[in-house]
Design a protein around this ligand. Structure first.
Ligand SMILES: *Cc1c(COP(=O)(O)O)cnc(C)c1O
Length: 369
């Protein structure tokens, strides 16, 4: 039986009636720009994230871009971030005119190392952008304390994830200056197209973000600054609002699948299973192992109809577009080693035990275990 990396049709089949009804309400209303569905989703995401404000926008990439703009980051400024992430994290820093400054990752979690981030700080540094990679929160409170700058939490992969800090659960997005989410279809809460959201507890930043997403004017046709057309599409908001009540159950199913893999690989020395820190609860946007002979394993799985992917094959500091930064190979050894060793396996909620066991057997077979 084939095991795709992700099966969005299986998820859609289970919720089709609710989602289609929500979409049709928007269609019948003919209110396609902002309006109730967007406001309802914003309220629910703010509640989930335990933040005062949530502001929808066009994508997770735009959420980062607007967050950087709201913090007045631009030409001449430096922003510290991880080299081991999806491109948008670094691309948006470049696109506001600032310079991305990379700091290496913690090899256990693939997340930004607070001490390395602090060491990267200069007089030009204006913010730090930790990424909650693969659904596990970065150590936000440690990064904030070590670096001492505003924090934009790239929570594109971690909506609903949490971390135990000083005896309390902190949600993804909650303690950042601004947290950013993506509703790209492959995220744990995926729309039927692009979408994103920003969360913050700061009233002034929230107002600024709301303005920036509608061309920078608080009042239509009057512009305090130059912003963007970056609203969350109303049809997407309706889809996401219908899906949101399922998110906790889906993430729990991903954790069950991850635990099944962990057990299945426990006696395979070649397979390093994902490390989730004891203080952390991951939503497993990806289940990412580290292995020797990674590319050969991927080919072996593919030949057996099993999907997998390498997130991410080339760290940001080695991307051709960032050659102007003058980074060298070997500069961020943990990020570079991760790029060589990682492989993400199917972990989506609708996987059956038989499918999980098939993946386990195929990986074990490759290493002769
Ligand atoms: C998906 C993702 C983004 C970008 O989100 P889009 O909605 O695709 O623009 C940014 N950062 C990370 C870490 C992501 O995984």
């Amino acid at each position: 039986m084939p095991v795709p990396l992700l099966d969005l049709k299986a998820q859609h089949a289970a919720i089709r009636d609710d989602v289609v009804a929500a979409m049709m309400r928007v269609v019948d209303d003919q209110t396609f720009i902002l309006g109730r569905p967007v406001e309802e989703l914003e309220a629910d995401v703010a509640t989930l994230s335990k933040t005062k404000h949530a502001i929808g926008c066009a994508s997770g990439t735009d959420a980062l871009l607007l967050a950087l703009r709201a913090l007045d980051i631009g030409r001449g400024d430096e922003v510290i971030t991880t080299p081991f992430t999806f491109f948008a994290t670094a691309g948006t820093i470049h696109n506001v005119g600032a310079t991305p400054v990379f700091a290496d990752i913690d090899p256990r979690t693939f997340n930004l190392d607070p001490a390395a981030a602090a060491a990267a700080r200069t007089t030009r540094s204006k913010a730090v952008v930790p990424v909650d990679l693969f659904g596990q929160m970065a150590p936000l409170e440690l990064v904030r304390e070590a670096v001492g700058l505003p924090v934009i939490e790239d929570a594109a992969q971690s909506i609903g994830a949490r971390r135990h800090v000083c005896g309390e659960w902190v949600m993804a997005g909650q303690i950042a200056t601004i947290g950013t989410f993506s509703f790209f279809p492959s995220k744990n809460l995926g729309g039927y197209g692009d979408g994103g959201m920003m969360v913050t507890n700061d009233d002034a930043l929230a107002e600024r973000l709301r303005r920036l997403r509608v061309h920078g004017g608080a009042k239509q046709y009057f512009h305090d600054e130059v912003g963007y057309n970056s609203r969350l599409d109303t049809l997407q908001a309706a889809v996401l609002h219908a899906k949101l009540p399922h998110l906790a159950g889906w993430s729990a199913a991903r954790r069950r699948n991850a635990a099944h893999y962990d057990a299945g690989f426990a006696d395979v020395p070649e397979v390093a299973t994902p490390v989730v820190l004891p203080e952390s609860e991951s939503i497993y946007n990806q289940y990412t192992i580290r292995v020797p002979r990674r590319d050969a394993l991927q080919a072996h799985l593919k030949a057996r109809g099993i999907g997998s992917n390498v997130y991410y094959p080339l760290p940001m500091h080695l991307q051709p577009c960032f050659a102007y930064l003058g980074c060298k190979e070997g500069q961020f050894p943990e990020a570079e080693r991760a790029a060589q060793e990682v492989l993400s396996l199917p972990v989506y909620p609708e996987l059956t035990t038989a499918q999980l066991d098939e993946v386990i057997a195929a990986v074990r077979g490759f290493y002769g275990r």
